[in-house]
Design a protein. Sequence first.
Length: 267
Amino acid sequence: MPIALLGAGVMGSTLAAALIRSGHDPADLVLSDRVTARAEQVAAQHGTRHDAPAAAAAAADVVVLAVKPQDMAALVAEIRDQVRPDALVVSIAAGITTEFLERRLPEGTSVVRVMPNTPALVDQGMSAMSPGRHCTPEQVERARALMEHVGRVVVLDEGHQDAVTAISGSGPSYIFYVVEAMIEAGVLLGLPRDTSTELVVQTLYGAATMIRETGTHPTVLREQVSSPGGTSVAALRALEDHKVRAAFLTAMEAAARRSHELSPREE
């Protein structure tokens, strides 16, 4: 299945690498980027072809739009007349709606909007996918299979995409922020930085694995750790005193609001 990856940045190159690792023929992948040198570099790294966007789109059954939101309108205008009638267009640009793309592509073009996140770099991404008006169930499954190369996928109504951006799209930044704070706390308490880092990272990994593998609600797991009058309860009381839970809710509401603001307005 020929696939055009238009945009050789982080997500475009990550998806290319994942497809090849999973056995996709590099000859069926063609990369493009507005910076030609970058397309050449990424193509050489993965053994794929590279070409101009219009030529790449013309040869593809699946066209992945992996450019920045502000570059999307110009890219779509460039490839519009080259997209095959039966092609599936997959957009992984934040804030770009399926309606925005459908209005600019040939009538009837099948479009899927995807919000991935950066753990896709290690094949542990979380992608939320919303099909456009013209997608068939088979095309939705094709898009799902594409994104499953870099992690897990959920399909949901496009009206939820701002919330998805706030929770999983931006989510890694919140986790890194908390991990950074915990590491600094370890250093403050006298631990060597590398030891503190190992303790925090493995604790995070173990806790996340417990949630996934046990299926137990996080509240129950938290209570199991929190012995009456113990150290965890003392720490959690301090977090509540500083309104950390409320701060997270406010932060994610702000992220969702900003996601909506960044969506291009139709003329």
